[in-house]
Design a protein around this ligand. Sequence first.
Ligand code: NAD
Ligand code: MG
Length: 480
Amino acid sequence: MTSLFEYAPAPESRSIVDIRPSYGLFVDGEFTDGTGTPLKTVNPATEEVLSEVATGSEDDVDRAVRAARRAFVKTWGPMRPADRGKYLFRIARLLQERAREFAVLETLDNGKPIRESRDVDVPLAAAHFFYHAGWADKLEHAGLGPAPRPLGVAGQVIPWNFPLLMLAWKVAPALATGNTVVLKPAETTPLTALLFAEVCQQADLPPGVVNIVTGAGETGRAVISHPDVDKVAFTGSTEVGRSIARTVAGTEKRLTLELGGKAANIVFDDAPIDQAVEGIVRGIFFNQGHVCCAGSRLLVQESVHDDVVAALQRRIGTLRVGDPMDKNTDMGAINSHSQLARIRELTAFGETEGATCWQPDGDLPDRGFWFKPTVFTDVSPAHRIARDEVFGPVLSVMTFRTPDEAVAKANNTTYGLSAGIWSEKGSRILKVTDQLRAGVVWANTFNELDPTSPFGGYKQSGYGREGGRQGLAAYLRSDS
Ligand code: NAD
Ligand code: MG
């Protein structure tokens, strides 16, 4: 990449992690063999095989659900809420103590820059446990009825873009509210979930409270369709989310879905351009754009379009794309070969449909899965790159003239997870925010996540909220 400064490489050492050649399932407090065909997980930056991980069959999932049920009935359910809180505090502290180990392992297995896993994913995962630990003995004050009760066993399926953080979003509220868990990590990124299983052992968490069953879609299907699961929580693609909704329909199971997004990041002509450019970059290139709330549609007021695009291209020219373990790296590897293929397919549509594609100069590493930060201009709202979630470092730029037009274009999507507004004018921010059909709206910032703040979507982005007081409701029965 063109860059203003040359940096000496500053690679993080991987010696802190001890990756075993193979891993089993974590069921009832112990690692056990899985009966399915094991999967290999690779480092997407090098294609090196990191480890072989068990696949949970329907029988394995059944064992995990039984263990979770026993723990719910015998230990975790009857436990004093303040004691449950102590376990959560203990897990949070262990995540902090072992933060460097988790960050290195996450970067190796996922491909995201070490700077992000170290400064965002792992600290936020710990923060989720701290936050929910505080709620454990205060649930009757959460505004969810006088004596809210846990649902029972939660079956949770998570994606590969924030493996440990999505685990924390699922496990922390479930445990704080007195539920037990069977969690299935994504097939390309199971390793930090398995390290988390070790943390559960280290924290002396009673057996069966957290069970981790690795595997691919079939294992996920077994988790969400198991008859003794009371609550299903899923984060992933809209397509799989839809099939889960069909499976769960007509059962007693409670369901929350956190699916895709195609967020508008709206820049008004009075916005400080340099600050907005930083927010645009963070909005779409953070985590290689593998972010459901990514600001993938940039809406710029027409009068500042050329200035914003020029400043954005200059800034992108300074992004360092490459070795995720280098502390200078801004953008790492695409998580998998299949995700890279999807990004290539959608960007090819962008060109054939008539948008203009821009990428910075520079080479990408030879091995591994890589895609350059990409900006499409001359995009029309009908183009696929303006409608479909790319889930990669690809930005589609469109213009607007009036605030009403900005709102109409921003809401012209089947999704509704997040949005951003850049303006100096507070009244305009409030008015536009009110009209946006998105679960989260950021003002003069983007991709800011916090355990105290509810997160979730409208329309095909799913339903239910995670985080904050609202997120607790998804794991509690409020009728008394
Ligand atoms: P996916 O939805 O297939 O996978 C997410 C999780 O669901 C994984 O753990 C997977 O094993 C599991 N799963 C797959 N099929 C299942 C089924 N039938 N029942 C239960 N669980 C099942 O997502 P993907 O294939 O990895 O990515 C495809 C697209 O999804 C991406 O391009 C992106 O657009 C979107 N995506 C969104 C998010 C998000 O955070 N909203 C995360 C990942 C992917
Ligand atoms: Mg991997």
